[in-house]
Design a protein around this ligand. Structure first.
Ligand SMILES: *Cc1c(COP(=O)(O)O)cnc(C)c1O
Length: 411
């Protein structure tokens, strides 16, 4: 990583160390979202800062799943496709996610993995693009699966892949550009990219843009409709707490739905699935993004998990996320000896997602030691410690303890 993407942790301010635990207690007492932690089941004594990899278990999910398995499956059996509304779950749950990403209803279908939805989105976008355009611009810093899928989608649609750094992506968008794929937040550094400006730039060049929201949905406002995004994908097991392997989602803006030509037109996306006709006729609306039989158990765990957002404003989540990451960086500066770690997450709020990434020597061993001491973050090769801040269930005392523990490891 270049120097431009890093900022050294500032020197501790004199006298601050002794105050940090008290400050954390005060901040937690004033935190309007603090009581939401009760909506989750978390092990005692653990500071969980890995909700950007696997969100915590919402407390309502085990009973909801027991009902789904014992009654809906066990007793109602096949009738549940209608009587328990299994059939319409992908669109219904899509509409539950919609307000979290700033989308009006009817544009999101839940199902399949992020990787599969990316494939649908990229091929669909290439088929929607103006004819004669030859290039697909792909975020060079992306989570690897996005790059692998993009390469295949480009090969299938006859486009040439052009890797771009998101910070310089706007200048690379030209009259040749068909599709642009970008991550809203960089999974490794936690850098937040400028979705409104990059979307405007893509449109000014006549291209379509596909956003990957894996590290932003549920952590900060996205504004898909407001900013005119064309297509977007995201997972639900990170900040949306849907559980391991929970299905992902695909957003196709309403204005593109009639032209969206899915490369995976399964029977669930048919206008009349139960007509069982040999000819394919695509459904209208969000259902066109479906493929085959939905993964109902995971999907209904997700639906129950989304209950934690009841009455929660994403703007408040964002405000707390920034306060938490600011406070964590301040505590790290106070507790960790100078020069031991370096923040790769931007200091500026406009460029920060909901995680703090610290670069250090022996990062793999340092993270293993943190986990052994009850502070769970994760390690990303080659040298990054990641700490995800999920404002629904992480508090300021957690941030302080995590930084203090890190300080002890280096002390
Ligand atoms: C987590 C993540 C994925 C995960 O893809 P799956 O197909 O759900 O395994 C993809 N892209 C990004 C940017 C991610 O952060």
């Amino acid at each position: 990583m270049s120097d431009a993407t890093s900022n050294p942790i500032p020197e501790p301010t004199a006298g601050v160390d002794g105050d940090l635990a008290a400050r954390a207690a005060q901040l937690d007492a004033e935190d309007g979202l603090g009581k939401l932690r009760e909506r989750f089941t978390l092990p005692d004594g653990v500071v969980y800062l890995d909700g950007n990899s696997l969100g915590a278990l919402p407390a309502a999910v085990p009973d909801a799943m027991s009902d789904v398995v014992r009654r809906q499956w066990g007793e109602l059996l096949i009738r549940s496709w209608d009587e328990s509304d299994w059939w319409t779950a992908p669109e219904r749950i899509g509409d539950r996610i919609a307000p979290l990403v700033g989308a009006a209803p009817g544009q999101i279908a839940v199902g399949d993995s992020t990787s599969v939805n990316l494939f649908k989105a990229l091929v669909g976008a290439a088929r929607l693009a103006a004819p004669g355009r030859t290039r697909m611009l792909v975020d060079a810093t992306t989570f690897p699966t996005d790059g692998y899928i993009a390469a295949s989608a480009a090969r299938m649609t006859g486009l040439e892949i052009v890797p771009v750094d998101p910070s310089g992506a706007a200048e690379r968008m030209t009259a040749d550009t068909a599709v642009v794929l970008l991550n809203h937040v960089d999974y490794r550094t936690g850098r937040l990219h400028d979705l409104p400006a990059l979307t405007r730039a893509a449109h000014a060049a006549g291209a379509l843009v596909v956003w990957d929201l894996c590290h932003s949905a549920g952590a900060l406002p996205v504004g898909l409709d407001a900013h005119g995004v064309d297509l977007a994908v995201g997972c639900t097991y990170k900040y949306l707490n849907g559980g391991p392997g929970a299905p992902a989602y695909l957003y196709v803006a309403a204005r593109h739905q009639d032209g969206f030509d899915s490369p995976l037109p399964g029977w669930n996306s048919h206008a009349e699935p139960f007509a069982m006709t040999p000819e394919y006729e695509p459904a209208r609306g969000a259902a066109r993004a479906r493929v085959g039989t939905p993964d109902i158990l995971s999907m209904l765990a997700l639906e129950s998990a989304l209950g934690v957002w009841e009455g929660v404003d994403v703007a408040d989540v964002r405000a707390k996320s920034l306060a938490l990451t600011d406070f964590f960086l301040e505590c790290v500066a106070a507790y960790v000896p100078a020069g031991k770690v370096e923040a790769v997450t931007p200091a500026g709020h406009a460029e920060r997602g909901s995680q703090v990434s610290l670069r250090c020597g022996n990062a793999r061993e340092v993270m293993a030691e943190l986990i052994a001491r009850g502070v769970v973050g994760d390690f990303r090769a080659p040298d990054v410690l990641r700490f995800g801040f999920t404002p629904l269930y992480v508090g300021f005392a957690d941030a302080e303890r995590a930084a203090r523990t890190l300080g002890h490891i280096f002390g």
